[in-house]
Design a protein around this ligand. Structure first.
Ligand code: C5P
Length: 231
C-alpha cells in the first residue's frame, strides 16, 4: 500500500476523467469517488419527485428536502464495485441517461446543493487514500490535495468518444444530442458563480486530444511516481 494522499482529477465533460480515475485508484490501491455521480443521483431524485422537468425547477422544494436525502458510496454486492447509493438504493444504472445529463448542471449551480455535496465529499476524503474526479475537486473541495490533474480535449472529440461509448451500450442517441449536451454542461459549469469549473493553479494539465486511455494513465502514474504499485 502506498502512502495515503488525495488525488484530484477535474476537467470538462467526457474527457475520460472517471475511467482514468478508476484505473489509477485500482493501480495504487486507493478508493475511487465519482463526485459527478453524486450530482447525478440528486438529479435523478429530483426527476422522480417532480422537482425538475423541461418546464419547471422547484428549487426550494429541493433545498428543503436536502437534509432528508442520503447520498453515499457503498459496495454493491452484485457488481462488487463501490457505487453511488441514494437513500439505500443503488442507482448507478439510472443516472447516465440523457435526461439526467440534461438537468444535472442546473442543479449543480445551486449553492445549497454544492455545500451539501462538499460536506459528504469531505467525509469521504477524511482518511485520504482517494482519487476523486469532478469539476471543483482540486479548487474547492480539496484545495490542499497532494496531487491535482486537469483533463481537457476539444468538444468535438469528447462528444465523439462519449457517443461511441453510448452506441456500444446500445443507447439510442445521435451525435448531435451528445455534442449539444457536452457543450451546454461545459458552458454552465464554467460560468456558474458557485465553484465554477476551472483548472486549479497547481493542477497538472493533461491535453488528451491525441492520447488514448493507456497514455493518459501512464502520464499520471509517472507524475505520482509511487514505487509499489499493484500490477
Ligand atoms: O462528471 P459528470 O459528467 O458525471 O458530472 C455531471 C455534472 O455534475 C457536471 O456536468 C457538473 O454540472 C456536475 N458536477 C459538478 N461538480 C463536480 C462534479 C460534477 O458541478 N465536482
Amino acid at each position: 500500500m502506498v502512502n495515503q494522499f488525495i488525488i484530484t482529477i477535474d476537467g470538462t465533460s467526457s474527457t475520460g476523467k472517471s475511467t482514468i480515475a478508476k484505473r489509477i485508484a485500482k493501480k495504487i490501491g486507493y478508493v475511487y469517488i465519482d463526485s459527478g455521480a453524486m450530482y447525478r443521483a440528486l438529479t435523478y431524485y429530483s426527476i422522480q419527485k417532480n422537482i425538475i422537468s423541461k418546464s419547471f425547477f422547484k428549487k426550494d422544494l429541493l433545498i428543503n428536502a436536502l437534509p432528508s436525502i442520503k447520498i453515499n458510496f457503498i459496495k454493491n454486492p452484485i457488481s462488487k464495485n463501490l457505487e453511488v447509493n441514494l437513500n439505500g438504493n443503488f442507482i448507478e444504472d439510472k443516472i447516465r441517461s440523457l435526461l439526467v445529463s440534461d438537468f444535472v448542471s442546473e442543479l449543480a449551480k445551486l449553492e445549497d446543493v454544492r455545500s451539501y455535496m462538499v460536506k459528504i465529499q469531505h467525509s469521504l476524503g477524511n482518511k485520504k487514500g482517494i482519487v476523486m474526479d469532478g469539476r471543483d475537486i482540486g479548487t474547492v473541495v480539496f484545495p490542499n490535495a497532494e496531487y491535482k490533474f486537469y483533463l481537457d480535449a476539444s468538444s468535438k472529440l469528447r462528444a465523439k468518444r462519449r457517443y461511441d461509448e453510448l452506441i456500444k451500450e446500445n443507447k439510442e442517441i445521435t451525435f448531435n444530442e451528445v455534442f449539444e449536451n457536452i457543450c451546454s454542461r461545459d458552458e454552465i459549469d464554467i460560468n456558474r458563480s458557485n465553484s465554477p469549473l476551472k483548472k486549479a493553479s497547481d493542477a497538472i494539465l493533461i491535453d488528451t486530444e491525441n492520447l488514448n486511455l493507456d497514455q493518459v494513465e501512464n502520464k499520471i502514474l509517472k507524475y505520482l511516481n509511487f514505487s509499489n504499485l499493484n500490477t
